[in-house]
Ligand binder design. Sequence first.
Ligand code: MEV
Length: 300
Amino acid sequence: MAFAHGKILLLGEHAVVYGRPALAAGLDRGMTASVVDGGGARLQIPAWGVDVSPADSSAVARAFAALLGALPGELGGPTVRVEPGIPGGAGLGSSAALAVATARALAAHAGFDLDDDALFDAAMAAERVFHGNPSGLDHAAAMHGGLLRYVRGMPPSLTPVVANTPLSLVVAQVAPGADTGAMVGGVAERRARLPVAIEAALDAIAALVDRAQHAVEVGDVVSLGEAMTVNHGLLAALGVSTPALDAACHAARAAGALGAKLTGAGGGGCVVALVDDASADPVVSALAESGGMVLRASVG
Ligand code: MEV
């Protein structure tokens, strides 16, 4: 059995594509993969009705083929079966966790050591199939869990962040997730049309990430919540929010959340709200009204 974490982006999504820092939290739930006997090289996710060979044309099949091609070592023709512990396409990093868990299962089955650099590069090959120009943030969070500051680069910079007090989060799926590659492409187009304004927005997000990291480290949840809320406004300026995501953030804050924002690529998917003991239940109730999955997570 090999595991990889789902993730919540606390701040910095999209800006991270352009070299700004981001703060991610690995979830306790994620994807679990194991190699099963027989069947040749296949990737199976029975809960999602997925059963593909690397020669198939679907995105998941091509991502599997890319992963097999990028992994070092002799793999044979293994069938990998994956159990999802997070919803797919909701902004919780399911494709990244799928790639990391599958790579770990394949390496363990074939009996070779997969160091972090080789795992990161293999997962990047799979993520490129899904997302075109991934920053690597999602699969860094899938690999490591915990709280992480990430900056894209060659090599990327990954810094564990130690929280003064655990963060209490409510995550709610507001709508089906949009295509991450398309959302990243939309930001690129807006940046090409409005370079000065969008660069300023990306710099503002970077400043919020720094402030939020400090707030996490000293246990200042009020400042962290404010940074998350302002980050949501800047994500809306980048063009990746929707009326439903905005409404969910407003509802969470009206119910007492310290801050709320969309999380992930936007265009649909999830919001994340920072709560305290008093606001946790009211925020869960408020977000449950949109009818999608609501989960609580404690991170750090
Ligand atoms: C998606 O979970 C995060 C984005 O920043 C894309 C990326 O980092 O590759 C939107």
